[in-house]
Ligand binder design. Structure first.
Ligand code: SIN
Length: 285
């Protein structure tokens, strides 16, 4: 899958991601109402990655229903990423997106750019459990809960999501970070801080997957800096059963999904694996 938000949210771009080898597409995070997001600059390239502070711009879940239907009509499996400002808003948006025909929901419990405004959900196990349970009450769809790496103990947060009824954990969102312009002597992003993604965070994301796999009995989706087939294999060996690729599509183009798939396949041939599931978690044994 793509990671939520990469390349925007037009159905035609998401369809191209699917055609280039993703097994499903993830929408940009949708909220209860239209939201402009943060002022520019909202993105800066940094060493081995990117720093974004988009601030969850989106047209509102209700206004994206037709786009989800359009993707479904084109035969594309759709995971709708979503957020809310309260338990009730999370539940309402989940309900709207389920009715729209999404195949699964990804509950964004981890955007680093709106934490103060929308409540410190990411680091609070009780809230994560409460929000997940409220969402599960409103939908029969599988719910993936996307976690932040910037927490003291990700195992506790993952367990809380599982107790709330999560069907899978996506590990992880971006790492809160900062970049400073030495000439202006000011932070580059208007929001001051942003979320770091790309190869810079791959070892952190891999460690989070490793930890979460040990903590829960539901599938774990690996996300964070995956760029090559070898990266993908590392996450699978750590225990991930599916993967999301985000920043690499900006640095390597849309063909990155096919390249990663091809390299996983050649790794399997070279090493005598017939099915991905034979490799899942092997490094933990
Ligand atoms: C953003 O819109 O600020 C990024 C979304 C996210 O990191 O969840």
């Amino acid at each position: 899958m793509n990671a939520a938000g990469v390349l925007g949210m037009s159905p035609s771009i998401l369809k191209r991601i699917y055609d280039s080898g993703a097994g499903a597409v993830v929408t940009k995070s949708l909220g209860p109402k239209p939201r402009k997001g943060h002022p520019n600059p909202t993105f800066v390239r940094v060493e081995a990655g990117g720093l974004n502070a988009m601030g969850l711009p989106n047209p509102g879940a209700e206004y994206f229903v037709d786009e989800i239907k359009e993707l479904k009509n084109m035969g594309v499996p759709v995971i709708a990423s979503f957020f809310g400002g309260s338990v009730q808003e999370f539940a309402e948006v989940a309900y709207t997106l389920s009715r729209a025909g999404a195949d699964a929901l990804e509950l964004n419990a981890s955007c680093p750019n709106v934490a103060e405004e929308l409540g410190m959900l990411a680091a609070d196990a009780n809230n994560v459990e409460k929000v997940t349970a409220a969402v599960k009450d409103q939908t029969k769809l599988p719910v993936f809960v996307k976690l932040s790496p910037s927490v003291t103990n990700i195992k506790i947060i993952a367990k809380a999501a599982e107790w709330g009824g999560a069907d899978a954990i996506t590990a992880v969102n971006t790492v809160k970070a900062i970049a400073i312009d030495v000439n202006m002597r000011r932070p580059i992003l208007a929001n001051v801080t942003g979320g770091l993604s790309g190869p810079a965070i791959k070892p952190i994301a891999l460690r989070c997957v490793w930890d979460v796999v040990q903590a829960v009995n539901i599938p774990v989706i690996g996300c964070g800096g995956i760029t090559t087939g070898e990266d993908a294999v590392e996450f699978i060996l750590a225990g991930a059963t599916a993967l999301e690729v985000g920043t690499a599509v900006m640095t390597h183009g849309i063909g990155v999904y096919k390249d990663i798939n091809d390299r996983i396949a050649s790794y399997m041939t070279e090493n005598g694996f017939k099915e991905i599931k034979e490799m899942v978690g092997l490094a933990q044994e």
